[in-house]
Design a binder for this molecule. Sequence first.
Ligand code: NAG
Ligand code: NAG
Ligand code: NAG
Length: 279
Amino acid sequence: MRAPSLTVFSTLLALFGGVTAIPAPGGKPEGCQAVDASIVASTGEPVGKEVVYNNITFYVSKPDRNNVRTKARAGKAVLYLTDVFGLALRENKLLVDSFARAGYLAVAPDLFNGAPAPGDINVPGFNTTEFLAKHAPEFTDPIIATSIDYLRKEHKVSRIGAPGYCFGGRYSFRFAAEGKGVDVGFAAHPSLLEESEIQAIARPVAVASAEHDSLMTPAQRFEMETILSNTPQPYQTTLYSGTEHGFAVRANMSDPQSRFGKEEAFLQAVRWFDHFLLA
Ligand SMILES: *[C@@H]1O[C@H](CO)[C@@H](O)[C@H](O)[C@H]1NC(C)=O
Ligand SMILES: *[C@@H]1O[C@H](CO)[C@@H](O)[C@H](O)[C@H]1NC(C)=O
Ligand SMILES: *[C@@H]1O[C@H](CO)[C@@H](O)[C@H](O)[C@H]1NC(C)=O
């Protein structure tokens, strides 16, 4: 017999540390401790797994059960709605994992039946118009409705926050309408968003916007803010300087301003869910 290894010892220490976690400043309960940018992953291997439910593939990332934030988030989940690059884009899975590290059960449905847009949508042969028609709301809404069923029935989730990116951002708004099943929305650089979809929100929604975004011009952004300010719902809009459309997912992490934008948009979403999902 050898003496207990260092690994065992440090695991015990980690467990012990988890139990006697330092109280958060301001006398907040431990589960409300803030997260920081260190939990945002943009490189490396995804740690979740894919499961199939009602013929839809989900990428599922589970939070660490021993984490104090996880305990405070039991019954709450993050429904991650991807951009057109879907589950094939590693950054999407890594962000799902990042939400799990923030203490949330996090799942992302494959919105494109295994055929997302290619990483470079300018490749010859890819027809954006055709792609978007094939994935119009009449086809995408049922996938998201099934995703909500999946969370409520399979994971016994009672409240759902939906962060959506580009293509997915529109659906964060659509499903924050009355009776649609999302309790708190968040959209980063949403595209194709219609005024009626903004007007219809019946739950809190936050938005992270890019400075340079042909899919949401300054005029459209102002219009969105005007409509939001006329709804009785809590809302937040944040504009990130030096960013392009897509920055909250595909940022150039070597560029300090891009990196800051991506991390900050993620933390904006987590703070928004912590505040309104746990309320
Ligand atoms: C399941 O989805 C695939 C494509 O994603 C489709 O071809 C197939 O018909 C579906 N099966 C059922 C039972 O709906
Ligand atoms: C793209 O698809 C649309 C709709 O199916 C079609 O009208 C258009 O001609 C296509 N464009 C190209 C370049 O193939
Ligand atoms: C990423 O940012 C770095 C630092 O600003 C820059 O040198 C590099 O060219 C950028 N890469 C791309 C692909 O834009």
